[in-house]
Design a binder for this molecule. Sequence first.
Ligand SMILES: Cc1cc2nc3c(=O)[nH]c(=O)nc-3n(C[C@H](O)[C@H](O)[C@H](O)COP(=O)(O)OP(=O)(O)OC[C@H]3O[C@@H](n4cnc5c(N)ncnc54)[C@H](O)[C@@H]3O)c2cc1C
Length: 456
Amino acid sequence: MHIGIIGAGAAGVSLLDALAQKVDQTTAGSVVVVEGAASLWRGRAYQPDLDAVRVNAPPVLMSVRHQDPQHYQRWLGERDGYVDRLLGVPIVPRAVYGEYLQATAETAVCRLRDHGWRVEVIEDWATSALPLRTAGGVTRPVDQVVVSVGGGRPIDHYGLAGSPGFVQDPYPLATTLAGIGTGSQVAVIGSGLTAVDIVAGLVASGHNGPITMLSRRGVLPEVQQRPVQFEFRHLSRETLPSTFSGLVSLLEAELAEYGQKLAPLVQEVLAREDPVERLRRQLDEVDGPHLGRRMLTAAIHRLGAAAWHRLLPGDREFLFTEHFRTINSLASPMVPLNAEIVLRSIDSGQLRLAGGLRSIEAAAGGFRIVGTDVLRADVVVNAVNPPVHAIPGETAALVRSLLASGAVSSPPSGGLSARTGQVHLLGGIAADNSFVTPSLMSVAAAAHAIADRLPA
Ligand SMILES: Cc1cc2nc3c(=O)[nH]c(=O)nc-3n(C[C@H](O)[C@H](O)[C@H](O)COP(=O)(O)OP(=O)(O)OC[C@H]3O[C@@H](n4cnc5c(N)ncnc54)[C@H](O)[C@@H]3O)c2cc1C
């Protein structure tokens, strides 16, 4: 069998590793990996960057090997440090996690080759999948292709591209923040995890000028809680209901197993609190005993995509329009380490949150920002993440060719759906996902399932 893997970020590595784990049950074939960017095996998120740019999940949730959740933790065992004081587990720089991805990919390549597989890595952009073609004119015949091309780039909502002082794509921060004067006024568009990364990066780089996080609602991500062991006894793929209220009842039953009530979770989700007071309170409750938020986060990652597709259209619409931000924030809470940096910066007066953002314009030597107040900034850094199903610009030609061949379709809900057994979509591009960015845990589960579906 000839397999193509387009895109060698975490998802591509997970798939390659899953293939290497199965060599004893398969006949040797060939694998061609195509990666267009310079960040082979690391993807967009885990390239070399500042130490302040950290992963956002504990080691047990970051294994790329679905059937071995301790895989990353064992690799990490050889390295000391980076323990998040409040979480009590290592939260490493994303570049260190990139080393894990690279080591895993290289081991997988060796294992496949040792078992007679031919493995080729082509560093170029794929423009077609069946046959596999690249922009540079390389063609390889493949029987099966896995498309793991990641998500899009930050969106330029305010048409600022090309304006001096505007940073459209913040990563790697080591490069983009290096050009910012330490005393300059910086405005960050967004207040989600990317915006938090930027604040942490600026603080770590010795920035002493004012920083403003701009957003429409002026809210911050939730703060992650210390991991606690629990098992789901009611929520499972088989029991997923078609209504939101059915999901809530299952969660209530899970909490009851541990003698806890649903009310504190409902209160937490619906509370209209001052964002800074909420941040302070959640930092105080990192060790809190209530399992509600922890269970909800785990449920979103383990069962979110399946639950989303089981829901009735009206319930999906309700969740998407009413709770988009809350669900995303619960799915990817910020690590306490970063929450402390944000709070310290707010308390010292260096960082402020500005809500009601309406417009940003380039204006003489800087930017004019209109929100609840009118502000100015020397530099504007974009932290507006694209929707989960966004197609990366470099992938447009590939997607056009897949659609033209009829191998995939593009449902109105976004992303792509495979229409033949030869094409497999992995990561954000797959229409199977909900509107939540797939975590490594869910990507690894999907990679494992695809490797199992590939003919032996
Ligand atoms: C900044 C950031 C931080 C994150 N941090 C975490 C975290 O700490 N923990 C967690 O669980 N999840 C995290 N996530 C979510 C998720 O785990 C990551 O996005 C994950 O790395 C996704 O991997 P991927 O391989 O799908 O995408 P990517 O990492 O984007 O990799 C896709 C690769 O495909 C390549 N590609 C695209 N088109 C083509 C083409 N036509 N031809 C050839 N190559 C192509 C790209 O160059 C890229 O290298 C984070 C996401 C982001 C964006």
